[in-house]
Design a protein. Structure first.
Length: 101
């Protein structure tokens, strides 16, 4: 994956998660990427304060085009804050291969 779009919104806004997942599914069906994760920020009362939904794109240009299209769409929920981030590969040693070379 080369880029990720992070979408953050208030979890009390009905239907936003479903809307975003629907938009992501179009790109997933085209083979442009996949759902990264859905994260919910807990509060002290057990209610969620905000949610983050991410979609990882295989190419930065496709991520930029998708985000540009969403932002220009009058139907895109204004309550969703978006960020486009480039994924940088890192090298790390995993413990299992070190134990069993």
């Amino acid at each position: 994956m080369e880029a990720v779009i992070l979408c953050e919104f208030d979890s009390r806004e009905a239907g936003l998660r479903a809307d975003l997942l629907g938009r992501f599914s179009v790109h997933a069906l085209r083979g442009e990427g996949r759902l990264g994760f859905v994260a919910v920020e807990p509060t002290g009362h057990g209610d969620a304060a905000s949610e983050v939904v991410t979609f990882a794109f295989t190419r930065m240009d496709r991520a930029r085009a998708a985000l540009r299209g969403w932002r220009s769409d009058p139907g895109f929920p204004m309550a969703v804050r978006t960020r486009l981030m480039r994924i940088e590969p890192i090298w790390s040693l995993e413990p299992l291969p070190l134990m069993f070379p």
